[in-house]
Design a binder for this molecule. Structure first.
Ligand SMILES: *Cc1c(COP(=O)(O)O)cnc(C)c1O
Length: 459
């Protein structure tokens, strides 16, 4: 590599670099040109300019990285069923078809086919959701965080407080803290109790003329043990009703079929039972255990749901037609108890025998590659802040590559098409089959084969 002190003259022309790379990338031309310009401007600022070939290699690297950020299917071999990084719940073909049909045709989104006049958006979804949750009424917004903000603002703005236990100021994922999001939305929080212990008395002492509502947040993704106390939902509900205060429960995941078979020692609260226990409203995510699209489902008292729908903010948080199309398919699948149409639930129920049989097939097909392979045990999770104590036993393909490090092997698998993401544990690369959709076994075999060859694009 010859490096020289840079002068303007040494920087290759955009058109020349473009000519060298354009045919190799499936990116729109203006994007390729912009990325070339960015790379060249970095060179312009550095003291030395590499050879033309090295410049082209650098540009190719930048184009590859950008191309890889395009939304695309991946194989989730992590064993975490509801993985926020991988889009949480996947859709069954029927749900995907419903989205495709609604998106490629006009629809009766806000048109009443009975009267021929303007109709109510989401009427079908809302009615069926209410039936499913055993609620008087239900509605949907963009996600559960939006549902929480909508509800809290409705009851607390302009000058009221939301009472919440200090043990429930939960952080959900990267940078999403319930307390902060409510405060940023202009809500005054009245925190009660201690991190590990909150009693009904703590709630009752905090109630004043300024109280707007009491909020209970399900500790989705963690659990507390030891010197802990928190009142049951019924007890808070009784207090709230005596004081004529709305009582709202953020369930996070919201189990519809019970989860006892997945986790004997842990209980994921269900919307219906929480409403029965006295909550006026519950909210939960559409794409966690519910197994549908990103959405925030709100269910409960009719007059509260109706008031929420009249909030100007509701308009800003409403779901689009694609979301509604996916939701209605998912809700109906729940109502029909058709688990096969809700992959998130189906994946959690696959037996280990079935996974073992698939592992044996994949194992046999990978023989002869420069790898040490064995069939191992997986300790998958539900994910999405659901049943955090429970491990979902699984079956893995454990690989030790012969020609490269585990990190390099993982990186190669991320560069296959589609990319495969597993994890490294006990000195091997593990592919957990619980989250590999069964029709993807061939794709897994191909991915591992191509990770063993040298034809992948560079990092
Ligand atoms: C996941 C979760 C949320 C956020 O849900 P989104 O649909 O991702 O906005 C809110 N509250 C709880 C308790 C959760 O577990």
């Amino acid at each position: 590599m010859h490096e020289r002190i840079s002068s303007r003259r040494d920087i290759p022309a955009v058109s020349k670099v473009l000519e060298a790379v354009e045919g190799d990338f499936d990116l729109p031309r203006p994007v390729i040109v912009a990325i070339i310009r960015d790379e060249l401007s970095v060179l312009r600022k550095s003291r030395t300019v590499p050879d033309f070939d090295d410049v082209v290699a650098q540009v190719r690297g930048a184009l590859n990285r950008h191309g890889r950020s395009r939304l695309q299917p991946v194989i989730n071999a992590t064993g975490v069923v509801l993985h926020t990084n991988f889009g949480r719940a996947t859709f069954a073909p029927t749900t995907a078809l419903s989205v495709a049909q609604i998106s490629s045709n006009y629809s009766n989104l806000e048109f009443d086919l009975t009267t021929g006049e303007r109709g109510s958006r989401a009427a079908y979804v809302e009615r069926n959701l209410a039936i499913l949750c055993g609620a008087e009424a239900a509605t949907v917004v963009n996600n559960c965080a939006a549902a929480l903000v909508l509800v809290a603002r409705h009851f607390a703005i302009p000058d009221r407080e939301v009472i919440i236990s200090r043990g429930e100021l939960v952080q959900i994922g990267g940078g999403f803290r319930i307390g902060e999001i409510l405060q940023d939305a202009g809500i005054n929080l009245r925190e009660v109790g201690a991190t590990n212990r909150t009693s009904v008395t703590d709630y009752s002492k905090a109630i004043s003329r300024n109280t707007g509502m009491i909020l209970q947040v399900h500790r989705s993704n963690f659990f507390m043990e030891g010197f802990v106390e928190s009142p049951r939902t019924q007890e808070i509900a009784q207090l709230a009703h005596k004081q004529r205060l709305p009582f709202v429960v953020d369930l996070g995941s919201g189990a519809l079929p019970p989860t006892a078979h997945l986790a004997p020692d842990e209980h994921e609260p269900m919307p219906g039972e929480t409403l029965n226990a006295g909550a006026d409203l519950v909210c939960f995510s559409g794409d966690k255990l519910f197994g549908g699209p990103q959405a925030g489902i709100i269910a409960g008292k009719r007059r509260f749901v109706a008031a929420l729908r009249r909030e100007p903010l509701f308009r800003a948080l409403r779901c689009d037609k694609l979301c509604l199309a996916a939701l209605q398919a998912t809700i109906d699948a729940h109502l029909r108890k058709s688990t096969s149409d809700i992959p998130a639930l189906g994946l959690l129920q696959i037996s280990k025998d079935e996974l073992r049989a698939r592992a044996a097939n994949i194992f046999a097909r990978l023989r002869g590659l420069p790898l040490q392979i064995s069939v191992g045990r997986g300790r998958g999770k539900v994910g999405g802040g659901t049943l955090p104590r429970s491990v979902i036993a699984s079956v893995t393909i454990d690989i030790v590559p012969e020609g490269c490090s585990l990190g390099e092997f993982a990186s190669r698998l991320r560069r296959t098409t589609p990319p495969l993401i597993g994890y490294i544990a006990n000195n091997c690369f593990k592919i957990d089959l619980r989250t590999v959709l069964h029709q993807q076994d061939e794709v897994v075999i191909d991915a591992v084969r191509s990770a063993c060859s040298a034809t992948l694009p560079p990092t």
